[in-house]
Design a protein around this ligand. Structure first.
Ligand code: NAP
Length: 499
């Protein structure tokens, strides 16, 4: 089974050992980066290596990476390679030697295994199979290929490499960078020899490493197996998405053999085609792909076809089914707020809807024909005008809204969203007592718009309510089970209150 290996980059042997002892028990191995010790010491001594090998509390990989392969070691090659021989003689379970230095290392004594590694910090080269073959030819016990992903599709050759070789040759293959994150979890599904993680946030030794506790507690690394179903969120950017938090918690609560990953996607089609052969079963879709995904589906339900934007994909029997769980969830939130404001039935209300993207479309179609009058205001006028025409609303620019007096104000622009949290899409003077203000933005939980609305005596509805409601319907669409809504709300609140 694929092991979890934490890379340690402390600057002294003592700190390295202390960090190793602080690692949780579920971390199978530690990679000791001797080149980081050299950062503070001009010369690594044999006794440093000895202290580490004698003080280790779990199997170790000893690495002394040269500058040319992304490490910190700038010393003589002989001394660098000698430190690995020494580690082997002292009982290190693995030493990592670069493909171009393996000849210098020669044979090593004892039971130590050689990880023969190749790194490329610029890109994913086309000849990964050749690289793998060369490492096998020089007698690698384990082959390691770590390359930079510039796009999510760069992770495909890495996963293919694992699929082809991991069962016959112990292989570590991963994509570095944010786009490469999925390979750190897919590695376990595809039988990689090990997967690297970092000890804590901020101690990453390579771009895209995930803290070990997050690997286990968020993604349930130790539960992933060849049969695990893959789900995820398709977005760009994706780093701050709450969806992995809410859906992985729901899968865990329901005891499902499934993991939910963040996919930073630029082009949805090659991503879908590339990941479908790896048990991809369902997706959440968000900015900026909700509309672009629709024509890629084999089937969409009638409402989604009208809205022209989807947020949920189910992949079943080789067919892609698209739906939009945003509409019903948003209407539910708005109706409950309007009820609290004494504005029901909705048919009596006027609505100002800010935005004309995927979220706006869901709300516009949901409210179409159900309110007295709706105005759509958007930054890009043509987009607002087109949406207004589709749903029978009026439209204007964002600079023309200050004098409007709607009963319900809905913000679906990304204004106020993390990291630009001090912005609001409307002048404060527009906010009046008794008005319903619904902000679709849920990160942060309490946007500047919502704060100002509450201060003005409005009935404020947070995007988080909508987010949890639509995620619950997504879970039910994928699994056919009742969503564990309380647990889903709890983990999102916990995560957001930690920020
Ligand atoms: P989208 O399709 O990309 O649309 C973004 C909208 O925001 C467009 O109308 C865009 O105007 C506008 N916009 C972006 N930056 C702006 C700026 N600086 N000034 C003025 N307008 C700006 O995104 P979406 O899927 O509709 O999502 C929009 C927001 O709603 C996000 O914060 C998202 O997290 C949130 N949301 C929440 C939920 C939930 O469950 N709570 C569900 C869906 C969405 P242009 O047309 O001019 O580009």
């Amino acid at each position: 089974m694929t092991k979890l290996c934490v890379t340690l980059t402390e600057q002294t042997p003592e700190a390295m050992l202390a960090a190793m002892r602080r690692l949780p028990a579920f971390v199978d191995m530690a990679e000791v980066r001797l080149d980081h010790i050299r950062k503070v010491r001009p010369c690594l001594s044999a006794s440093d290596v000895e202290r580490i090998c004698q003080g280790k509390d779990r199997p170790i990989v000893v690495t002394n990476r040269p500058r040319r392969e992304g490490g910190l070691n700038e010393g003589p090659e002989d001394a660098r390679v000698e430190s690995l021989r020494k580690a082997a003689a002292l009982g290190a379970e693995y030493v990592d030697i670069e493909l171009d230095s393996v000849g210098v290392l020669g044979e090593i004594r004892g039971g130590t295994q050689r990880i023969v590694s190749y790194h490329n910090f610029e890109l994913t080269p086309p000849d990964l199979d050749n690289i793998h073959r060369n490492a096998v030819a020089v007698g690698a016990d384990v082959v390691k290929v770590a390359v930079m992903a510039r796009d999510i599709v760069d992770t495909l050759p890495i996963m293919a490499l694992l699929r082809r070789h991991a069962a016959s040759v112990p292989t570590i293959a991963l994509s570095m960078g944010e786009e490469g994150l999925p390979t750190r979890l897919m590695g376990r599904k595809l039988g990689a020899f090990l997967v690297y993680a970092c000890a804590e946030e901020g101690s990453e030794a390579a771009m895209g490493q995930v803290p070990c506790r997050e690997m286990e507690h968020l993604y349930r690394f130790s539960q992933i197996s060849a049969g695990t179903d893959i789900f995820g969120v398709v977005a760009n950017p994706v780093a701050h998405s709450m969806s992995p938090v809410i859906h992985n918690a729901a899968f865990a609560e329901a005891g499902l053999d499934a993991v939910y990953l963040p996919f930073k996607v630029t082009e949805p089609r090659p991503f879908l085609e590339g990941y479908e052969p790896y048990d991809l079963k369902g997706l959440s879709v968000t900015i900026p792909h909700k509309e672009a995904m629709v024509p890629l589906m084999d089937e969409v339900d009638e409402l989604t076809a009208r809205v022209g934007a989807l947020n949920t994909v189910v992949i079943r029997d080789g067919r892609r089914l698209g739906s939009n769980t945003d509409v019903a969830a948003a209407l539910g939130v708005l109706e409950s707020c309007a009820g609290r404001a004494g504005l029901l039935p909705l048919e009596r209300c006027t609505v100002l809807l800010l935005g004309a993207g995927g979220a706006a479309r869901a709300i516009a179609f949901g409210l179409s024909g159900r309110v007295a009058q709706m105005t759509i205001a958007n930054r890009t006028l043509s987009r607002g005008r087109d949406l207004a025409a589709e749903v029978g609303a009026s439209w204007c620019g964002l600079d023309e809204i200050a004098n409007l007096r709607p009963d319900i104000l809905v913000n679906t622009t990304s204004v106020g969203m993390y990291p630009r949290t001090d912005e609001s899409p409307v002048p404060e003077s527009m906010l009046r007592r008794g008005m319903v203000v619904f902000d679709a933005v849920y990160n942060p939980m309490e946007t500047t718009l919502l704060q100002q609305a509450r201060e003005a005596g409005c009935i404020a509805a947070a995007g988080l309510e909508w987010f949890i409601a639509q995620a619950a319907v997504q879970f039910e669409t994928w699994t056919g089970l009742v969503a564990p809504r309380e647990r889903m709300a709890q983990v999102v609140l916990e995560r957001l209150s930690r920020k």
